[in-house]
Design a protein around this ligand. Structure first.
Ligand SMILES: Cc1cc2nc3c(=O)[nH]c(=O)nc-3n(C[C@H](O)[C@H](O)[C@H](O)COP(=O)(O)OP(=O)(O)OC[C@H]3O[C@@H](n4cnc5c(N)ncnc54)[C@H](O)[C@@H]3O)c2cc1C
Length: 469
């Protein structure tokens, strides 16, 4: 391969890690602890380091008993059944079991690296038996891992985007990376690819989702563009997972195009109605308690004209959900709200009046659980929390689809080597994290499992890569 590149100094390291999020750092720390010299190449500038992992709050892992931040035991079998439930069986059992078993008490290893967990929480985020919540969130976790890696002697380069790999006879030789106006070539005995999904690559998203993807908001880092996935596909790597699958939720339409993070979620859908830009309702807003339905609304909104929807609630409901990061739109009339959204005031008024006319509350309203107050004779129905929207002021929010991460992944062996299309592995190319999530998540998602996949595969890949030194 001929490229106009400068040799990076030191020209050769034992283990090269591409990426700078959770999976990359777990791999780098482990490889270094196994005695390898390690170089991490992170696309982002230092202040943006940590990819989507910066936005996380928790990790799911199995453990035999309660401790100071987990409220009870969580077994391999229960976790596997939970995974089967969310994926509808669309997982590779051997890989899923490796992740689940490898997660056993992984919080202890994380704490040894400087991560802290916070006491169990209550409320809609109540997952405290199965998931450990990071004190200070993902940003603190990432800072702890970087501090640990640096202390161990891992070399880290920021603003370093790897855009090509030199692979001969199924063996990795060198990586090429851009840093400022320099283009470097660096050799290593093994490479761990941990550069996230391709969800920040709108052109790629459009290929699987169609032109509508232009209106998606990307909840996390703008740096996960799938360059390594593409390079490995070009080199004959086997992929797993459906390119139209990914984690996609409905978020505040005013969220930034990239990196809005967790605070842009809106929890008010069950307490009002959701309409599209034609002022038509399109789905049962009261199907289930919100955390259980949260993940389907991204796709629902993606299916609406211009990929936008509007939530309309009244003053009875404004205090029933987690406050939004952006203030709601507010008006004393439904028509006034519609004008602010630039949708047809008469049409919105008619939809609200039709909805109100079909609300026949029979039980006490209960925002805490499905209360059985359903519309009668309305299509689509609202099967819980259906009560008239009639008490001004009226409030509204815009909803847009927010992509969390893509599922199309590199297929892995059980030791986290990247597979070729004939199922045999590349000799010294390993991968971990979001780039490999399709090995376990064929569809669906369970909270905290992205970090499990990255932590377990990252540690395996780091250890295996160090063996090749
Ligand atoms: C808002 C939000 C909240 C989330 N909350 C949770 C949660 O609470 N729990 C959970 O388990 N999961 C959560 N997730 C999912 C979770 O973030 C991911 O599953 C996990 O962080 C993936 O880790 P990773 O290391 O594979 O990827 P990332 O953390 O995204 O890291 C990839 C890294 O690779 C770098 N990179 C990309 N391309 C290149 C390249 N060509 N060269 C060099 N570097 C490159 C990027 O800069 C980035 O640092 C959340 C995601 C989002 C967006």
């Amino acid at each position: 391969m001929s490229k106009q590149s400068t040799a990076y100094s030191p020209q050769k390291v034992d283990v090269l890690v591409v990426g700078g999020g959770n999976a990359a750092l777990c791999a780098a720390i482990t490889a270094r602890q196994e005695g390898a010299s390690v170089l991490v190449l992170e696309s982002s500038p230092k202040h943006f380091r940590g990819g989507n992992s910066r936005h996380t709050r928790n990790i799911r892992y199995i453990h035999p008993a309660a401790n100071s931040f987990l409220t009870g035991p969580y077994t391999e079998e229960e976790c596997y059944q939970d995974l089967l439930g969310v994926t509808k069986g669309n997982t590779v059992e051997s890989m899923a079991r490796i992740v689940i078993r490898g997660s056993n008490n992984v919080g202890d290893w994380m704490m040894e690296q400087g991560v802290h967990f916070q006491p169990a929480m209550r409320g809609t985020l109540h997952l405290s038996r199965t998931n450990g919540f990071f004190l200070g969130g993902g940003k603190a976790l990432i800072n702890a891992y970087y501090a640990r890696a640096e202390k161990l002697g891992v070399k880290i380069e920021y603003d370093a985007t790897v855009d090509d790999l030199e692979i001969e006879n199924d063996e990795f030789r060198a990586a090429y990376f851009q840093q400022g106006d320099k283009y470097y070539r660096v050799e290593a005995k093994a490479v761990v690819l941990a550069s996230g999904g391709y969800q920040a690559n709108l052109e790629w998203l459009k290929r699987s989702w169609g032109p509508t993807a232009a209106n998606f908001l990307i909840r996390g880092t703008p740096y996960d563009k799938g360059l390594m996935l593409k390079v490995m596909m070009d080199h004959g790597a086997k992929t797993l997972g459906d390119p139209t699958q990914g984690h996609c939720v409905a978020i505040d339409g005013r969220a930034p195009k990239f990196d809005g993070g967790i605070c842009t979620r809106l929890d008010c859908v069950p307490f009002g109605i959701a309409v599209n830009k034609e002022c038509k309702r399109f789905y049962n807003e009261g199907e289930e308690i919100w955390p259980k339905r949260y993940a389907i609304w991204g796709r629902l909104v993606a299916g609406q004209p211009d990929q936008i929807a509007y939530i309309i609630i009244d003053s009875k409901s404004i205090d029933l959900f987690m406050p939004s990061v952006f203030p709601p739109f507010v008006s004393d009339t439904i028509e006034g709200l519609a004008s602010q959204f630039d949708i047809d005031p008469d049409a919105l008024k008619a939809t609200v009046e039709e909805f109100n006319a079909h609300c026949k509350p029979t039980k006490d309203f209960d925002s805490g659980k499905p209360d059985g107050n359903a519309t009668e004779g309305l299509e689509p129905p609202k099967t819980n929390w259906a009560r008239p929207i009639n008490q001004p002021p009226y409030y509204g929010y815009m909803l847009r689809p927010g992509i969390t991460f893509s599922y199309l992944s590199l297929a892995l062996t059980e030791r986290c080597f990247v597979k070729k299309q004939d199922d045999t592995p590349f000799k010294n190319i390993l991968a971990a994290g979001e780039l490999t999530s399709g090995n376990v998540l064929g569809q669906g998602y369970m909270a905290g499992f992205g970090m499990t996949i990255g932590t377990v595969f990252g540690r395996i890949a780091g250890k295996e890569a160090a063996c090749l030194k």
